[in-house]
Design a protein around this ligand. Structure first.
Ligand code: PHE
Length: 339
């Protein structure tokens, strides 16, 4: 009996040693210590043991059970710990690794420039004026002294929807709308999309304009020059000069084209200013008294100043963009440069 017990202990030791999973060690427990396990079987054989030896054998059996219990429990603890360690390893996060960056977008160069221009004028006391892109002929042309069939319409041919509804060719339509509704003094800027059937490296069928209007008593062409000079110096730099050249617009009299000294070569002549030292940037003038009268403003008492610029054109000058079409292609490689 004693040998049997010793052998059983040896077998149990080996089985514990070879257990590599919790499921396996559980089976070992059942096999040796369970209700129908090896040890119980041995106890069943006690009846064959002589009476006087029974206490001794009982002691061995108890010692064997304690030993095997201890061995299997120790192994169970080890395997459980190993399982936790492995899980921790697999799920561990290396907090020293770089995070994944989500790409952030940026404002379009035209939006950047438009915002800057609007900021400059609002800081000079202008408020924003708004109007529809699909406009009545009346506001786009007639009130601005461009009657039907007048040759001046050719300056801004456009997309007609009906005979008197069209896509606006300039945001001067907002000036007309504002003047009929507002008592002077007026100081507004009107940013927005406009449409003309032009399409080449420096013209697009849709572009953005910012036009401005001042209506007050005693304002002159000198005020216009001072205003545009202040604007140009804030947009480019304080050495920027402004030059007026005579021009024609039906809604202003006198009318001027406004040139700025080239912000790249400062007047020496370069690729951007095509060697002239000057860049044309705006149309402007003193509002034609007929326009004021058309809009119900007394042209004897009030004078108006008006100007208009193309946002894409300013963006091209500011960022040295040679072809306007790049601005509309939405090529991310180009747009990324404006982050
Ligand atoms: N409306 C003109 C254009 O779109 C620009 C302009 C505005 C000229 C105001 C003079 C005065 O070309």
């Amino acid at each position: 009996m004693k040998e049997k017990i010793a052998k059983l202990i040896e077998q149990a030791k080996l089985a514990v040693e070879q257990s590599h999973t919790l499921a396996f060690i559980n089976n070992v427990k059942v096999k040796f210590l369970g209700k129908n396990g090896e040890l119980t079987q041995l106890l069943r054989g006690m009846k064959d043991v002589p009476q006087e030896e029974r206490p001794m054998v009982g002691k061995y059996v108890n010692e064997a059970r304690d030993l095997i219990t201890e061995l299997t429990e120790e192994k169970t603890r080890q395997l459980a710990q190993a399982e936790i360690d492995e899980k921790m390893m697999k799920e561990s996060v290396d907090i020293t690794l770089d995070g994944k960056n989500t790409e952030r977008g940026s404002l379009h160069p035209c939006t950047l420039v438009a915002n800057e221009i609007v900021d400059i004028f609002t800081s000079l006391g202008f408020t924003l004026g708004e109007g529809p892109e699909i406009e009545l002929d009346k506001f786009c042309f007639q009130m601005l002294n461009i009657p039907p069939d007048h040759p001046a319409r050719d300056m801004q041919d456009t997309f007609y929807i009906t005979d008197d509804i069209l896509l606006r060719t300039h945001t001067s339509s907002v000036q007309a709308r504002t003047m009929i509704n507002t008592k002077p003094p007026i100081r507004i800027i009107c940013p927005g999309k406009v449409y003309r059937p032009d399409d080449d490296a420096t013209h697009s069928p849709m572009f953005q304009q910012i036009e401005g209007l001042v209506v007050d008593e005693k304002v002159t062409l000198c005020d216009l020059k001072g205003l545009l000079e202040t604007f140009a110096q804030r947009l480019f730099d304080s050495s920027t000069k402004v030059r007026f050249r005579p021009s024609f617009f039906p809604f202003t009299e006198p009318s001027v084209e406004v040139d700025l000294s080239c912000s790249v070569c400062h007047g020496k002549g370069c690729r951007i200013c095509k060697g002239t030292g000057w860049i044309e940037i705006l149309g402007a003038g003193v509002v034609n008294p007929k326009v004021l009268d058309n809009c119900g403003i007394d042209s004897k008492k009030y004078k108006g100043l008006a100007f208009g610029l193309g946002v894409e054109r300013v963006a091209m000058i500011k960022y040295g963009i040679p072809d306007m079409r790049i601005l509309f292609e939405n090529d991310v490689r180009f747009l990324k440069d404006f982050k």
